[in-house]
Design a protein around this ligand. Structure first.
Ligand code: FPP
Ligand code: MG
Length: 307
């Protein structure tokens, strides 16, 4: 196809996808995978792939603003990535350091009141990267319109182990009653300023794994997961919109399931007004597509097995 025809078709498709989106995710987390394979395919080395990936990262920030996302978490360097060859690791740290300074000084970050912060075990990182983190965090500390979390030396299980140790110490010191350990308590022990639960995880590059990324925050909201094949450097806004559509249809089916279960419960007790079930039905009735009746969902519930 001619390039301009392709561009116009793509723009039209983008507009179509955007129209289909109504209530998008608040917190999106991205596993930016496929940089080296992209570089390899284009005759480059791993650092070329990471540099190309960083350009997509910048575009992603613009798309998030455009689509009303309020928090973005990027998997930039995992604890497993320390096993990469020295030259790749060092080039990646240099790039991350440069990007952190660049983001922290970018007018778009200040105009959009973007708060930048790092998550992960900073003590494992080179001092120059830690200094860049401190700089970016300090320069954007007052903002809260949008949050950009950069996961560096990050491992989800490590993070949970840290919180578990912290809880154990507080119990041992008599500062915490085991009966008071709840979700909020763990949230507060993971970060001074807790992360929101994740609504949508995107992974590029074709692998269908979530690789130790945000296990606590992804489960809180039962995050939707969108796996796609483009390598991170070639991930486009259309791919992102598809990911958001996946989130929305998952939300929609989740709401239907809740109403179906509540309706089934009311039916099972012979029409007795069960307060909780009625509440669920009332809460979700308005969020279902126009014209959907509880009776319809109830009938669906009878004909299909458990979700
Ligand atoms: C995974 O692809 C990517 C990384 C380990 C690095 C991600 C970092 C960036 C995109 C830099 C920009 C980020 C910020 C926050 C400024 P891979 O190396 O595993 O590639 P492969 O799957 O093809 O082997
Ligand atoms: Mg990879």
């Amino acid at each position: 196809m001619l390039p301009w025809v392709q561009r116009r078709a793509r723009a039209a498709y983008e507009r179509l996808l955007k129209r289909e989106i109504s209530g998008g995710p608040t917190h999106v987390a991205v596993i930016q995978d496929g940089n080296r394979r992209y570089a390899d395919r284009n005759g480059g080395e791993a650092p070329d792939g990471h540099r190309a990936g960083a350009q997509t990262t910048e575009r992603m920030l613009d798309w998030c603003r455009d689509l009303g996302v309020e928090e973005l978490t990027l998997y930039a360097f995992s604890t497993e990535n320390f096993d990469r060859p020295d030259h790749e690791r060092e080039a990646l740290f240099d790039l991350l350091e440069r990007k952190l300074y660049q983001f922290a000084d970018d007018d778009r970050v200040h105009d959009g009141e973007v708060r930048i912060r790092a998550i992960g075990d900073e003590t494992m990182l080179p001092e120059s990267v830690r200094e860049a983190i401190r700089y970016a965090e300090r320069r954007t500390d007052d903002y809260d319109r949008f949050t950009l979390n950069v996961a560096l030396a990050y491992g989800g299980r490590n993070e949970l182990l840290g919180a578990a140790r912290d809880v154990a110490r507080a119990v041992e010191d008599g500062d915490l009653d085991p009966d008071d350990i709840d979700v909020g308590e763990i949230d507060n022990r993971l970060y001074d300023d807790p992360l929101r639960d994740v609504d949508l995880i995107i992974r590029t590059g074709g692998d269908e794994r979530t690789s130790n990324f945000l296990p606590w925050h992804a489960n809180g909201n039962e995050a939707a997961v969108f796996f796609c094949t483009p390598y991170w450097p070639e991930f486009s806004k259309v791919d992102f919109l598809r990911g958001i559509r996946t989130y929305e249809s998952r939300e929609e089916s989740w709401r239907r399931t809740k109403v179906k279960r509540a309706a089934a419960l009311v039916r099972a007790v012979g029409g007795v007004e069960l307060r909780e079930a009625r509440e669920v039905i009332d809460r979700f009735r308005d969020t279902l597509p126009e014209g959907t009746t509880v009776d319809e969902l109830d009938a669906e519930g009878e004909s299909s097995s458990a979700d």
